[in-house]
Ligand binder design. Structure first.
Ligand code: 5GP
Length: 192
């Protein structure tokens, strides 16, 4: 699949907008064309998460060392004291498989990556129907403390203002529809 070799797909959204579900759908629907780009993160794994599958879970010291050694395409402190970043070696690993990396990143990271790869990236912004709905979904997910829930909601309101900078905005009012739309847009971008 030479045509997908150096393309990449960015999915960004406020936390809880359904980005993970859309990402999973795309990976399942297009397994020969896409591979999940595993980021480094310094937060603790949730109980259902696996090291080197969901993230490369590393210490702040290791993360700082990788920053110094310029190993990241981009990195960010997404939440207070919590670092996330995409390794150059990860993107290369996936291109060597002749697939396109699918990057699940926060909104600022999405904009930064898009600027680094202006000609070969597709950036999707998954939009939640409302902040109230976002709050309901995050509570239902049950992974947040009251403080981290509030931090995510505050960040979400700010992040929504960046959606015009993305190539495509996909409203996630209904998950099946949003997944189908995302798949159609990705297929078009990859020419498949
Ligand atoms: P979570 O802690 O819920 O797994 O992720 C928090 C946020 O960090 C999500 O919006 C996720 O997409 C984002 N994120 C994950 N990996 C990266 C990365 O490599 N770079 C950036 N900028 N954000 C990331």
């Amino acid at each position: 699949m030479a045509h997908t070799k150096t393309k990449l797909i960015i999915i960004a959204a406020p936390s809880g907008a359904g980005k993970t579900s859309v990402t999973r759908h795309l990976l399942k629907a297009l397994p020969d064309h896409l591979a999940f780009s595993i980021s480094c993160a310094t937060r603790k794994p949730r109980n259902y998460e696996k090291d080197k599958v969901d993230y490369y879970f590393i210490s702040v010291e290791e993360f700082t060392q990788k920053i110094e050694q310029k190993e990241f395409v981009e990195w960010e402190m997404v939440y207070e004291g919590k670092y996330y970043g995409t390794l150059k070696s990860e993107v290369e690993r996936i291109w060597q498989l002749h697939k396109s990396p699918l990057l699940d990143v926060d909104v600022q990271g999405g904009i930064n990556i898009q600027q680094l790869y202006p000609h070969n990236s597709l950036s999707l912004f998954i939009e939640p129907p409302s902040i109230d709905e976002l709050e309901r979904r995050l509570k239902a997910r049950g992974t947040e403390t009251p403080e981290s829930l509030q931090a995510r909601l505050n960040k979400a309101a700010y992040e929504l203002s960046f959606k015009p900078q993305f190539d495509r905005v996909i409203m996630n009012d209904q998950l099946d529809r949003a997944c189908a739309e995302a798949e159609a847009v990705v297929r078009e971008f990859l020419g498949i």
